[in-house]
Design a protein. Structure first.
Length: 119
């Protein structure tokens, strides 16, 4: 944990996967990393995955989708919480893929999920 709090993973554009059962502190850990990144003057955005996907779907309708993607790409750290809780539609999967592609090798993403890694 002390290594993660240094923020070195942000400069290396590395991603983090936090998994475990309900109540073990996954979100708390993600928020601790978020706070540390903010303290180090990094641009950070936290989303529950379903809320992000709803916002992106709305952006498709109102014409702000590309602007949303560009804004997310500029964040040094994006935290996606509650991933895998619901099966994604094809449209939602496409939105998530685009977000991750925009950020690939340029920034870091933390994914928080109750699903075991094998799932």
């Amino acid at each position: 944990m002390s290594e993660l709090l240094t923020g070195r993973y942000l400069y290396k554009h590395q991603n983090i996967l936090i998994t475990g059962p309900t109540g073990v502190g996954k979100t708390y850990l993600g928020c601790a990393l978020e706070t540390s990144a903010c303290d180090q003057q990094h641009a950070v955005r936290y989303y529950w995955l379903t809320r992000l996907l709803d916002d992106l779907s709305a952006g498709r309708l109102d014409g702000t989708y590309q602007k949303q993607l560009q804004s997310l790409a500029k964040k040094t750290l994006l935290i996606l919480d509650d991933c895998g809780m619901e099966e994604l539609t094809q449209e939602q999967s496409g939105h998530l893929l685009e977000v991750l592609e925009y950020r690939y090798q340029d920034s870091s993403t933390i994914v928080i999920s109750q699903l075991p890694v094998k799932e």
